[in-house]
Write a protein that binds this ligand. Structure first.
Ligand code: IPM
Ligand code: MG
Length: 356
C-alpha cells in the first residue's frame, strides 16, 4: 500500500527526532512492501519566522489531504514573548481543532529494562506500569472563550471551561472501546465536587457506561488521581479525562516510563486521519546536539501504523525493535543508568533499524 503522510517537524529537537522516525518507517515499509510519501510543511516557530504565523493555511490543507500527520515539536525561547494567538503552540492547538482530533491517546508503559530509570520506589512499580491516558483534546478551557476584563479587583483574565454532552460522549466511547481491548478497566477523572462542567461530564460518562457493562468503571477527582497515580500506578489501565486534566496527568504518567522521552501519542477523530507526536516538547536546550531521545517519536510512528493505517504487525515490529535495543543496554542520556551504553539520537535510530 501507499500512504500519504504530512510531516510537521517543527522546532527545537523536532527535526532531529523526525529524521530518525522517517528512517525507521521507511525500513518498515521496505520489509512489508509499503511506500510512504512524505510532504514536509511548516508549523510552529519556523512558520512564524518564514510566514509570520504559526499555522499557515497551506499546512492545514496538506494535513487534511494526507492519510496522517507526523509532528515533531513546536516552540522555543525565541517566540516566548509573542502574544497568545501568535505563539508556536497555536500550530498544535490549531491543527488539533482543524483536523477534528478530539481524542488524544498517551500510553505510559514502563519497559522492564528501564525500571532503574523510573523515579518511583521499585516496590511501587514491581507489577509494571501500563496506563493509557485518553485526553479530550479539542474542548475545555484550551478552546473555550477567553479574554480580559475589568473587575472590582482591577484587570482580570478568564478561560472558560465548557463541555457539551456530545463532546463528552464521543471521547468516553473512544475510551471504553480502548479499555475493551485492554484490561477492561476505565477510570474517569473529573472534579465534579466543584465544577459544573465536571458534573455534566460525570453524568455523560455514567450514561455511556450502560453500553459497556463488561468494562469496570471507577471515578477519581483530579487532585486525588494525581496522588493515586504515584501511589499505585500498576492498578490503572485506561484513564479518560478532559483537556487540561489530561495535559497535566499525562506528564505525570510519563515520568513512570523513566523519561518523557519515551512517551508517544496519537490524536484521533472520527475518521482514520490522525496526528502522531512525542509528548515531550521542543527542548531547545538540547536541540542540534544529537543527544535527544528519538524513541517517543519512533513509537508515535508505530501508533500511526496501527491506528491510522491498520498495520498492527508493522507497528509491533517497531515496538519490539525498541524493546530489543533497550534490552541490549543502549540508552540515550535521559534514560541512562550505570553499566549501560550511552548513545546519541542518530545512533539510537540506527540501532532500532538494525533490530527491526
Ligand atoms: C501537550 C502540550 C501542549 C498542550 C501545548 C504545547 C500546547 O503541553 O501536547 O501536552 O497543552 O496540549
Ligand atoms: Mg502537555
Amino acid at each position: 500500500m501507499n500512504y500519504k503522510i504530512a510531516v510537521v517537524a517543527g522546532d527545537g529537537v523536532g527535526p532531529e527526532v523526525m529524521e530518525q522516525n522517517i528512517l525507521v518507517l521507511n525500513e518498515v515499509g521496505k520489509k512489508f512492501s509499503h511506500t510512504f510519501d512524505y510532504t514536509h510543511v511548516l508549523g510552529g516557530g519556523c512558520a512564524i519566522d518564514k510566514f509570520g504565523e504559526p499555522l499557515p493555511q497551506e499546512t492545514i490543507d496538506v494535513c487534511k489531504a494526507s492519510d496522517s500527520v507526523l509532528l515533531g515539536a513546536v516552540g522555543g525561547w525565541q517566540w516566548d514573548t509573542l502574544p497568545g494567538d501568535k505563539r508556536p503552540e497555536r500550530a498544535l492547538l490549531g491543527l488539533r481543532g482543524a483536523l477534528g482530533l478530539y481524542a488524544n491517546l498517551r500510553p505510559a508503559t514502563l519497559h522492564d529494562a528501564l525500571k532503574d530509570a523510573c523515579p518511583l520506589k521499585p516496590e511501587l512499580v514491581k507489577d509494571g506500569v501500563d496506563i493509557m491516558v485518553v485526553r479530550e483534546l479539542t474542548g475545555g478551557m484550551y478552546f473555550g472563550d477567553k479574554g480580559r476584563k475589568q473587575t472590582e479587583m482591577g484587570e482580570a483574565a478568564y478561560d472558560v471551561e465548557q463541555y457539551s454532552v456530545k463532546e463528552v460522549e464521543r471521547i468516553t466511547r473512544q475510551a471504553f472501546e480502548i479499555a475493551r481491548k485492554r484490561k477492561k478497566h476505565l477510570t474517569n477523572v473529573d472534579k465534579q465536587n466543584v465544577l459544573e462542567s465536571s458534573r455534566l461530564w460525570r453524568s455523560v460518562v455514567l450514561d455511556v457506561a450502560k453500553d459497556y457493562p463488561d468494562v469496570e468503571l471507577d471515578h477519581l477527582y483530579v487532585d486525588n488521581a494525581s496522588m493515586q497515580l504515584i501511589m499505585r500506578p500498576s492498578t490503572f489501565d485506561v484513564i479518560v479525562t478532559g483537556n487540561i486534566f489530561g495535559d497535566i496527568l499525562s506528564d505525570e504518567a510519563s515520568q513512570m516510563t523513566g523519561s518523557i522521552g519515551m512517551l508517544p501519542s496519537a490524536s484521533l477523530g472520527d475518521g482514520s486521519l490522525g496526528m502522531y507526536e512525542p509528548v515531550h516538547g521542543s527542548a531547545p536546550d538540547i536541540a542540534g546536539k544529537d543527544i535527544v531521545n528519538p524513541i517517543a517519536t519512533i513509537l508515535s510512528g508505530a501508533m500511526m501504523l496501527k491506528y491510522s493505517f491498520g498495520l498492527a504487525d508493522e507497528a509491533k515490529c517497531i515496538e519490539d525493535a525498541v524493546t530489543k535495543v533497550l534490552n541490549l543496554g543502549y540508552r540515550t542520556g535521559d534514560i541512562m543508568s550505570d553499566g549501560m551504553k550511552k548513545v546519541g539520537c542518530k545512533e539510537m535510530g540506527r540501532l532500532i533499524i538494525e533490530n527491526l
